[in-house]
Write a protein that binds this ligand. Structure first.
Ligand code: RIB
Ligand code: CA
Length: 309
């Protein structure tokens, strides 16, 4: 039975890879792609989703979502993803449209029409997902699962305390983590194990396909900014870790925790505070990703990308 998913993305180099593997995996039915402001403006993330879908021949409807965070000022990440949000490769003008229906309306309609078998896979700020639950709190019980890239039980990447997707809209993240839907939180502690080392780039080029070359170019640019900003030798490819978990549940381990988002403090604004020991007296509200089987992960990614001809 294929797992039905909605990808909510802010492409973004690693979002683009998540989209490519989700669309090519027989284990999944990608029922829709929704975009959100995050790495770049909504206009740019939506254009990027359409451009990647054009190159790969992905025939899944794309819906544009919210253009700014719920409360805070907008933050974007050109230092990592460039001015276009997908700097590096030359991408064609899009040949796929953006739907007229708003992303939040699409998600609400799809959940209403479903049998409770829809998994939401947000890999950007949680603005769209929060808007769904603000408008329809009851839908938290109709979502099969939310597998989100965001947060960290350890250090952040945009401040010492906060990971970008959460920091870009902490109030939205608070709404999502308190909505009551089953959550798997794929944070930096996990995704920093998913490094695109030179041997991975070689495997991508070895596919000798346009999509394989595209991903190699995307990750080469991504690697250049991660080296410049963080001094890392190889970039952590965050977003595909969510999709990989849905393709192969054994790709990483998880531990239950009570996760709360700090929306009050200054230094820790946007931090996901993870309680693994019940110290807060709250029951766990998320499965937190812990240990990646890195070889298995890259095999999943390459196997999916090899399906593009
Ligand atoms: O912190 C990493 C996350 O922020 C990834 O989803 C990346 O695409 C950016 O959105
Ligand atoms: Ca992202």
């Amino acid at each position: 039975m294929k797992r039905k998913i909605i990808l909510d993305i802010d492409p973004g180099h690693d979002d683009a890879v998540a989209l490519l593997i989700a669309a090519a995996s027989p284990e999944l039915e990608l029922v829709g792609i929704t975009t959100v402001a995050g790495n770049q403006t909504l206009e740019k993330t939506t254009l990027n989703a359409r451009r990647v879908a054009t190159v790969a021949g992905i025939k899944v409807p794309i819906y544009a979502g919210l253009a700014r965070p719920l409360v805070r000022d907008q933050v974007i990440a050109p230092n990592i993803h460039g001015e276009s949000g997908l700097d590096g490769p030359d991408l064609p003008a899009p040949e796929v449209p953006v739907e007229k229906e708003h992303a939040v309306d699409f998600i609400i309609r799809t959940l209403d029409e479903s049998d409770g078998d829809i998994t939401l896979v947000p890999t950007g700020p949680l603005t769209n997902i929060a808007a769904v639950f603000i408008r329809r709190p009851d839908l938290a019980r109709r979502v099969k699962e939310i597998v989100l890239m965001g947060g960290a039980y350890g250090l952040g990447n945009v401040t010492p305390a906060a990971e970008f997707n959460i920091y870009a809209d902490p109030e939205a993240a608070h709404v999502v983590f308190t909505a009551g839907a089953p959550i798997t939180m794929v944070g930096l502690d996990l995704t920093h194990q998913a490094t695109a080392t030179p041997d991975v780039l070689e495997r991508l080029r070895g596919l000798r396909t346009r999509v394989g070359d595209l991903v190699a170019e995307l990750l080469t640019f991504f690697g250049s900014t991660y080296h410049k900003v963080y001094g890392m030798e190889a970039p952590p490819v965050h977003d595909p870790c969510t999709v990989a978990k849905l393709i192969d549940p054994d790709v990483f381990t998880t531990r239950p925790a009570y996760v709360a988002v700090d929306t009050k403090s200054d230094l820790n604004y946007g931090r996901t505070v993870c309680d693994f020991y019940g110290l807060t007296g709250h029951a766990p509200n998320a499965q937190v990703a812990m240990k990646l089987d890195r070889d298995r992960f890259w095999d999943i990614v390459l196997t999916a990308l090899a399906r593009y001809r």
